[in-house]
Write a protein that binds this ligand. Structure first.
Ligand code: GLU
Length: 484
């Protein structure tokens, strides 16, 4: 076999574009997987191609239906819709067996009767001789070679007849040209003694059958690629382009793990992140378009190419994700935010049906608070003051009201009187407060502080005129009456 011709890197040459996301359902959808899915999805969208979801569930011990659910749920939350699938490898067993049978007939695969002990012994011998351990080819048929007698009572594995000479080379769209000598590679077991196909083989048959044009995946699969290419070639398949995206690392340069915060995509909605923020953030992990930091998915799909994928690992930065989330919170529709925030507040004991008095409109409260919130949880925490009975701290009330009641009480009484008739809008309330201050020669904090305490129970609130407007005339008067 001669050296492989490198595959062209021309990204639009292979049309129609067909990409896939091929998760193994052994856990949740993690950030690295979501990013790979995003890149594959965006690439298909960029070229008007097809994005396929394929569940690689052949590892029966580690795959669970819950993990399949979790992955699909994560993809749905992100809005990464697949055009085909989900295909399940466990439902394609007949097809893999069919291809294996054909390869046995064609002579690109062979039965190997070496026992695991024998294989281990030959590997040990090679190790001792300082060679790379590999299968020694005992059962590999060659012209003119006589194979050993088939041992009784032994079920064979099927091995792929890897080329002995030459090399495999591909132009990785991320890493550049990668070349591996065929001598480095074993005759891979493609079917176990019970006939079940092995991992790399299933991937190959799927990529072939599903006519995948671009394989974008994590660089933990680089070592599988030369084996997969050799099998694809033996099958006479057109080779896809490969792009191996570097890992996502934590800020400390270590592989991303729980220590760095949430690694499951679905932990993010639970922590108050918006899907568009997550997508935008993930898009920038290992890909760039000039200095653009915030962009829509439509924009991303238009820009996304394989030429600007980074060769070096991206670092996960939770502060930047929070910043991006704040950006999208500010843009988000307040009614939508209210739907996200409301259950969080209910859990925290917010009262949205406070007796007969009306409660402030949550969407309006959110409009006031969201500017400074990095998550919907932060909005919920800040919004609580509008939905619970005030319980001002006695010491603060003493300081800001009782101890200075001689000066302050007449002004507050005046304020409450004017509240009966003032137009209940922020500007009218602001003007009215100014008049009260002037009439009683007081400064803003002298009246704003006790008002905040009496109405909200706390000293830290948004601007008092805004707070008053949101609570409404009825609630404000009701709460002031207790003190005046
Ligand atoms: N199932 C593999 C994984 O979850 C991905 C295989 C591939 O993309 O080729 O890591």
């Amino acid at each position: 076999m001669t050296a492989a011709t490198p595959v062209s890197t021309s990204t639009s040459a292979l049309t129609p574009v067909r990409t896939r996301f091929a998760p193994s359902p052994t856990g949740y959808l993690h950030l690295g997987g979501a990013r790979t899915a995003l890149f594959s999805w965006a690439y298909a969208r960029h070229f008007g191609g097809t994005f396929i979801l394929r569940v690689e569930d052949t590892d029966l011990e580690r795959s669970t239906p819950e993990a399949v659910e979790a992955i699909i749920e994560g993809m749905q939350w992100l809005g990464l819709e697949h055009d085909e699938g989900p295909y399940f490898q466990m439902q394609r067993m007949d097809r893999y067996r069919e291809v294996i049978a054909k390869m046995l007939v064609d002579g690109t695969a062979y039965y190997c009767y070496s026992s695991p002990e024998e294989v281990e012994a030959m590997r040990e011998k090679m190790r001792a001789a300082g060679d790379k351990p590999r299968y020694d080819g005992t059962w590999r048929p060659e012209p003119g070679k006589t194979l050993p007698a088939v041992p009784a009572d032994r079920t064979p594995v099927v091995r792929f007849k890897n080329p002995l000479d030459g090399e495999v080379s591909w132009d990785d769209v991320v890493k550049g040209t990668i070349t591996i000598a065929n001598q480095e590679m074993d005759d891979l077991v493609i079917a176990r003694p019970d006939g079940t196909p092995t991992y790399n083989f299933c991937v190959v048959v799927d990529d072939w059958d599903m006519q995948i044009t671009h394989v974008i995946r994590g660089d933990d699969h680089v070592n599988n690629t030369p084996r997969q290419i050799n099998i694809l070639k033996a099958l006479g398949a057109t080779l896809p382009l490969y792009g191996h995206v570097p890992m996502i690392l934590g800020a400390d340069g270590e592989k991303l793990s729980k220590r760095h915060g949430a690694v499951s995509v679905m932990d993010y909605p639970a922590q108050g992140y918006l899907p568009e923020a997550m997508l935008n953030y993930l898009a920038r992990l290992g890909w760039s378009h000039g200095n653009e930091e915030v962009f829509s998915m439509a924009q991303f799909c238009e820009w996304f190419d394989l030429d600007h994928l980074s060769k070096s690992p991206a670092q996960f930065n939770p502060e930047k994700l929070a910043w991006v989330n704040n950006h999208y919170i500010k843009l988000a529709d307040n009614t939508r935010l209210a739907e996200l925030v409301r259950p969080l507040m209910e859990k925290a004991g917010a009262d949205f049906t406070s007796g007969s008095s009306p409660v402030p409109d949550l969407a309006k409260v959110i409009a006031l608070l969201k500017e400074r919130a990095n998550t919907t949880h932060e909005i919920a925490t800040a919004a609580m003051l509008f939905y619970r009975q005030p319980a001002p701290d006695a010491a603060l009330l003493e300081q800001h009201f009782n101890a200075v009641a001689d000066a302050i009480k007449p002004a507050l009484t005046d304020f409450a009187g004017r509240c009966q008739s003032v137009e209940w809008t922020k500007p009218a309330l602001a003007a009215m407060i100014k008049e009260v201050l002037a009439a009683h020669t007081l400064k803003m904090p002298q009246i704003a502080m006790p008002l905040r305490l009496m109405i909200t129970g706390q000293l830290q609130t948004p601007a008092i005129d805004m707070v008053l407007e949101l609570f409404g005339r009825e609630v404000v008067l009701e709460r002031l009456q207790k003190y005046l």
